[in-house]
Ligand binder design. Sequence first.
Ligand SMILES: [Zn+2]
Length: 329
Amino acid sequence: MDEFIGTFAVNINLKHKQLMQRKQTISTFYTDKQVCFDSIREHSYSQSPLKPYLLMQKIERSELQTHFEVHSDFPPFKQEEFLLAHTEEYVSNFFNKTGNYRSNGIPWSENLATSVTYTNSAIYHAIKHSLEHPDQLCFAPVSGMHHARPTSGQGFCTFSGQVIASLKLYDELGVSGAWLDLDGHFGNSIEDSRGFDPRINKAIPWDCNVNPIGYNEKYLQDFKFKLERVKRRILEGKVHYVVFAHGADSHIDDDLGGQCDTAHWIACAELFSTWVNEVSLEIGKPLPVTLALFGGYRKDDYNIVLDLHLASIERCRSIMCEVTEAQAA
Ligand SMILES: [Zn+2]
């Protein structure tokens, strides 16, 4: 009997390990085409249009390089795909350099116009990949989305990539998602789009645009509370994937934001990843997860922004993808 119980326990542990086990590399949706090099360094307050390139360069030069598996062959969005979240007038204005084409606050260039067709596509393809391969942690190094509105850009954001991605996935696969937006600023895109296309209420339920509030410990507690609500949605079968956008402007020393010191900022990544492991065990398969960048502003040293993003991504990867026997037990 004892032997039977022992075997049973070993089988349970093995099963837990299999459920939680993910590939150790991060499926990363990146191409240089999603970067705007033109006029950003000299003429843009926000360096975010350059950030995917700067971050990937940093990764390539570091020992973390082997942790990233880059997918570059995804197609850009066509102009009509932006109509899912925006008016014809705004989409036409932006691409034709007329009317409110500068409402995003970023210097316009052909390069910028091309790059946003790739950033918005990158987040969509990363999430889609996470749904098709839940055992692979996915990553889209993108920013400049969560303030865009149906009729204009806003706050360094051109188009609502998260709204477009979630609506497309809802249409194509019937799935819904949760956006864990830990940028230092409220992600208004999703809320502003609910009236524009009510299907967004199904694609991203009302309590699944998560923007924690407070400072340090209170911020962490609020994030934890809101994660529990998302977990209930997942267990009800109403949410099928999550996106963790750990904006570096929620760090206390950021020029434009600041909710968490370094310890609490990293603790958010740890809380999220541990929660993912717990939810995965409860649903009996790895929860599809995609990481994104969002904001981060440091005039004195932009490397600090890049280092924060990398630290968060590496913490997430290590907790979700390197499950030990002890954790699995
Ligand atoms: Zn921000």
